[in-house]
Structures are given as C-alpha cells and as structure tokens.
Design a protein around this ligand. Structure first.
Ligand code: FE
Ligand code: CA
Length: 512
C-alpha cells in the first residue's frame, strides 16, 4: 500500500504557522539530521478526551525501525491546537520535551478547550512539521447528550492481514475509537503471510519500540489515529501471549519476565496517547481508568492482564477443573476491582460501558464435551459471578461489556446463571472481531450451529475481520458489526453483517 492511495486532504494541510521561529533545540541547530529526515514517521495521535482537553501524541523517529534514529539527548517539540483544519485559528500552543528515556515520545495534555467539539493539531520539531491531526473533546459531563458514536477494534496482527478495516473506519461518522488490545504481536517472523514482522520474538526495549514502529508504518492505522481520539487498553500480545501478571507464556523466571514486562509496558506508553497517570514505573503501568461522555455514557476501561492470577487448569480451552471455581482466582486484582465496582456504583450515566479484553459470557466451545477458554472470564468463575451479581443487584444503569481477543464476532446475554436460560440477564456483551488477526475468515463458519445449540444466551457469532460501530442515544444502543471480505490482499469493501440494539432498562441485545 502506498500513501498515495489515501485521501490526502488531511495530510496536506501543512500551512499552520508556528510562532516559535527560533530553533528551539541545539540538536536541530547543529544540523545533525539531513534536512529530509522527517522525524514524524509514526504519525500523530490523540486520546483520552476530557471535556476541556485531550492528550496529543507523537514520537520522533527519523529511523523508526532501527531504534528511532534520534541521538541520546532531549529535543524540544512545539505543538498547537486550532479550531480549523488549516490551523489558522490557533487556540492553544506550547512546547514539550521529547526525551531519549521515553524514546523521544511526546504526550501533551492539552487543557482549556471547549467541550464536545472537533479540534485540529500539529507538531513541529526543528524544521519539520507533522501532519495535521484531528481530535475531539468530550462533551460537558452535565450535558443531556443525545448521541455518542464510536468504533471499537482489537487484534491487529501485522503479518496475518492488511488494515483494510481501518481504511474503512476512517470514513465512519464516529467521534472516537476504542482499542481493546493486541495492538502489536510479539512473535517472530512467519512465512507465507501477506506481511512480515521485522525481528524474532521481541524482548528488549528496542525490540518493542521497533515492533510498535513497524505496526505504525501502516498508513491506514496512522490515519485512523490522526482522525479520531482513541481510548486504548491492552491485552496479552503487547507483551507475551496469554501471560498473567508476572507469569509468562512459557514460564520464564519471574525477574526475567518482569524485566521484559517493563520493556513492553514502557514501549506501549511511548506509542499511545496516554496521560501521565499511565506513566510506566518499573514493570507496572496503571491503565485502568474512567472516561465520561455527557450524562449519556461512561467507559470503565479495564486491564485484565497485569493483575490476574494464572490461568487455571493449565490454560487452553477445556472442561473447567476445580481451579476455575477458586474464590482466589482474580482477573482484575483487588484494587482494580474495588475501583471498578465503586465507580459503577457512583455512576449517574445512562450507559455504563465496560471496555476490556476478554469475553465475559460463559460460552461452551466444545464439540463432544464442554470446553471453555481458561484465559477468559470462564477461567475465573467466582470473579465473574461477583461482577455480574453486582451489576444486577445494584441495578447498575445499562451495563454493556465490550471485548476482543478471540478474533471473531459474538453477541451475548450476560446471564446470572449461564446454565439456566430463565435466569436474569445482568448485562449485554459485544465481542468484536480482529482487524487482521486470523486472516480472511469466512461468513459461513462450520462451528456456528453447534455454538448456538449449546449456548442459548449466544445471539450472534461470525468469523470475519472488521470492527464494531456503536451509536448510543438515551433511547437505544446500536452495535453494527462491520466486516471486510478479505485482508490478505488490499481492496475489500466493508458491510454491516448484523446489527443489534439494546433498550435502556432491558438488558440483552436484540437483533435490529
Ligand atoms: Fe489477538
Ligand atoms: Ca489476546
């Protein structure tokens, strides 16, 4: 794919006038970079919108796939925010320092903006200007908001498919993108795939940086970042397949794995539009947080990886052993779970969106004997029951769970007792498919019939690539399952393969 294939309008708006006419950093003054070495190769992004501001992100990397190509010194970056795409009505401007310790990433927390409106932004470093990005502030929290539209996505294995889904997402009438994890994959190079990874399995900080940079070399991904603010959380592959807290996939020594975790977490921060509250500290990074949109909706963004206990029963998809029912088994950890439930209890928003990684419903995926994924909430029965009971008993207003991880589309009723179809429904769940992981997929899937037969709370299953577009109003939630026909070659169109609605006060998605 070439950049030329993209609509160019947004990318060509380079007319903004920066006021800092003096060259701010000795680095640029010394002219160590050839004039053509654009440091903005990774694009721009914004995220975590508040009513008065948003995070603006970029990372200076003139040589993105080889450590970035910046010297070990700090560099000044100028930024500005404007009310128009031509950057002529500048409303905020400032300077930020890109430090080598954080890979010359820049995270600007802009304040003083007006709620619920679009803005445009641009960076400058020395003689170089970034493209102009577009972002949007959250509405006033007291506003009776009549509509919120967003798309959620996950699982974008670079080798397994092209980001055609993002190409189409750019055309959607949405205000926000929510990413539920597997933004990168840590594995080495595989053969016979549409694209290739740039190294063996990633371990070091440089490895992780180069991998993030490879993923951001995709123009459709960069464009989706440049067009909308994103709310991101991670799953396992940002570090290591199916890890649990300090336990790696292949049981690496704890200290060694925590060192790797520090590399992965730091690099994640460096490449995402996250606030200072998510600044990594050693091998920890606080990712769980809340974001509100008027009186209409609140996102509880969860992290089901960093604090979980090990997958029970030896992981995998299998019958549940006793370990899956252990009261000590945790997905959120005590502190996060307390924060989460406390927030739900306090929320006065109409829709309470739980944005997290893994399928919450209990879905039997077995052929002959029952089989449940031990990496999902079904490996953590007591924790799941605690949360679903809480949603039901405390009458939390319209809980909607979003998930990714399993590279397929699912819609479920979250039952208090999944074994009893007559049991109350505590919430609605929408699991979104992958952007590219798993390759083309197919509309007809031989597993579907058995899945529906064994799981009466399963409303929809589909194995194609894409994302889910959600339009939320006070009267209705609608999820449109947007799918592409193929990802192993460019050019697929996109269509809505199914739509589901949820009515307030009536948990459980209904086919639209
Ligand atoms: Fe995945
Ligand atoms: Ca995953």
């Amino acid at each position: 794919m070439r950049n030329d294939d993209l609509p160019r309008r947004l990318f060509l708006a380079r007319t903004g006038q920066f006021l800092g006419l003096t060259i701010a950093s000795p680095y640029w003054a010394r002219g160590q970079q050839p004039p053509g070495a654009d440091p903005f190769t990774l694009g721009v992004a914004s995220g975590d919108p508040l009513p008065d501001g948003v995070v603006l992100w970029t990372r200076l990397a003139p040589d993105p796939l080889h450590g970035g190509g910046m010297p070990r010194e700090s560099v000044e970056v100028e930024w500005q925010v404007a009310g128009d795409e031509q950057m002529s009505r500048v409303v905020q401007r400032g300077r930020a320092t890109a430090t080598p310790d954080l890979g010359h990433s820049v995270h600007v927390e802009v304040g003083g903006l007006e709620p619920g409106r679009w803005y445009w932004y641009q960076f400058r470093a020395g003689p170089h200007r970034s493209i102009v990005g577009r972002t949007r502030t959250a509405p006033d929290p007291k506003l009776a908001l009549d509509r919120l539209s967003f798309a959620f996505a996950s699982c974008q294995h670079y080798e397994q498919g092209l980001y055609t889904a993002y190409q189409h997402m750019a055309e959607e009438d949405i205000e926000l993108v929510v990413h539920l994890g597997d933004y990168i994959y840590e594995g080495g190079v595989a053969r016979d795939r549409p694209r290739q990874h740039n190294s063996a399995e990633i371990i070091s900080l440089d490895d992780y940086r180069n991998r993030h940079a490879l993923y951001k070399s995709d123009p459709h991904l960069r464009r989706a970042h440049a067009l909308f603010p994103w709310i991101v959380t991670w799953d396992d592959h940002e570090l290591d397949n199916n890890y649990a807290a300090a336990i790696s996939e292949n049981d690496a020594p704890r200290e060694q794995f925590l060192e790797r975790r520090a590399n992965a977490y730091q690099s994640y921060y460096e490449h995402m539009p996250l606030r200072r509250t998510s600044m990594p500290s050693g091998s920890s990074l606080r990712l769980y947080r809340r974001l509100a949109f008027g009186d209409l909706a609140e996102f509880s963004v969860l992290d089901t990886r960093q604090y979980r206990t090990d997958q029970p029963c030896g992981d995998g998809t299998k019958p549940q052993c006793a370990e899956a029912f252990s009261p000590e088994a945790a997905l959120l950890g005590g502190e996060q779970e307390h924060w989460f439930l406390d927030g739900l209890q306090r929320s006065n928003k109409r829709w309470n969106i739980i944005a997290q990684q893994i399928m919450m419903a209990k879905v039997d995926r077995g052929r002959d004997e029952p089989a449940f994924s031990m990496d999902q909430w079904s490996g953590y029965e007591v924790a799941r029951a605690r949360i679903l009971n809480f949603l039901h008993e405390r009458r939390i207003s319209n809980p909607v769970v979003l998930a990714g991880d399993i590279h397929s589309n699912w819609v479920t009723d979250l039952k208090l007792d999944f074994a009893d179809p007559g049991s109350p429904t505590a919430g609605s769940e929408f699991v979104g498919t992958s952007i590219s992981s798993g390759g083309d997929g197919a509309d007809a899937d031989p597993r579907a019939e058995g899945l529906y037969a064994k799981n009466p709370h399963l409303r929809f299953f589909n194995n194609q690539r894409g994302y889910v577009r959600c339009v939320v109003t006070p009267k209705q939630w609608q999820s449109d399952y947007r799918v592409v026909d193929y990802v192993t070659k460019p050019g697929s169109g996109i269509k809505t393969t199914a739509s589901f609605v949820v009515e307030p006060g009536r948990p459980g998605p209904q086919r639209a």
